[in-house]
Design a protein around this ligand. Structure first.
Ligand code: NAP
Length: 244
């Protein structure tokens, strides 16, 4: 039986939000290792500069805030200017904080909703016209297992992650026929800067047993490498040590 070819990523271009640390930075490095040019988004300029210095001329950093639609337009404009277009968007930027519904401040909750929900919608809206013009593209959303089953002490965070999963399901129905493939990756706990100082701390028990950001990056590469004839709607992945 004839096999389906796995897509070669070499020479492709990817836009990544939340590329300044954790899963986004690991994804940028993994893609760059495969010959993919990367357009890196995040607020911390010094982190962007450091990653661009490490990866080299096939990368460019854009200091941007996903809560502002203009930031995403700037990211896309940079991809067009610098590389002539892009093949994939990895909508990864996100924040979390642990606490009950009455424990977190209005500002913390608003920030979480703006960053995780609006901050996923804006880069997608900025990218879709380009994908439609070029006849296709990949959108990969980094959500969470919290977006599939909820999470105690993280109810609003889980709600934002359910929103991402719902958005992806709708976009799959809307955009698949136009050649745009939408994949959602839902990791369990990942040892990153996520929620540090907001429920997690560097030497907390269990951190070392979580998924590594490189594990999630490998999943992003796997969905991007899929042959054009298939799609992965939701990939739920967890550390072997994580129970429940
Ligand atoms: N770590 C986990 O346990 C875990 C589990 C499941 C899912 N996730 C999801 O994975 C994604 C990446 O998180 P991570 O674990 O890699 O955490 P992280 O190391 O804290 O990275 C978060 C990234 O998002 C960016 N970001 C946050 N707010 C932003 C804003 N307003 N505008 C632009 N960029 C912003 C940060 O960059 P700047 O601060 O430089 O802006 C950073 O690059 C998130 O969506 C998170 O919900 C994480």
């Amino acid at each position: 039986m004839e096999g389906r070819p796995i897509s070669d990523l070499n020479g492709k271009v990817a836009v990544i939000t939340g590329a300044t640390s954790g899963i986004g930075a690991a994804t940028a490095r993994a893609l760059a290792d495969e010959g993919v040019s990367v357009v890196l988004g995040g607020r911390r300029q010094e982190r962007l500069d450091g990653l661009v210095a490490e990866i080299g001329a096939t990368s460019v950093g854009v200091a941007m805030d996903v809560r502002d639609p203009q930031g995403s337009h700037q990211l896309v404009a940079t991809a067009l200017d610098r590389f002539g277009g892009f093949d994939a968007l990895v909508a990864n930027a996100g924040i979390g904080a642990y606490g009950g519904i009455m424990d977190l401040s209005d500002e913390q909750l608003r920030d979480m909703m703006d960053t995780n929900v609006a901050g996923t919608v804006w880069p997608i809206r900025a990218s879709v016209p380009h994908f439609l013009q070029r006849g296709g593209g990949d959108i990969v959303i980094v959500a969470s297992v919290a977006g599939l089953r909820g999470a105690g002490d993280e109810a609003v965070y889980a709600a934002t992650k359910f929103a991402q999963v719902g958005l992806a399901g709708g976009l799959d129905r809307e955009l698949r026929a136009k050649g745009i493939r939408v994949s959602t990756i839902c990791p369990g706990g990942v040892a990153t800067e996520f929620a540090m100082g907001a429920g997690r701390f560097p030497d907390m028990p269990g951190l070392a047993e979580m998924l590594r950001p490189e594990d999630v990056a490998a999943a992003v590469l796997t969905v991007l490498r899929q042959p054009p004839s298939m799609r992965t709607l939701v990939w739920s992945m967890r550390s072997i040590h994580e129970s429940d």
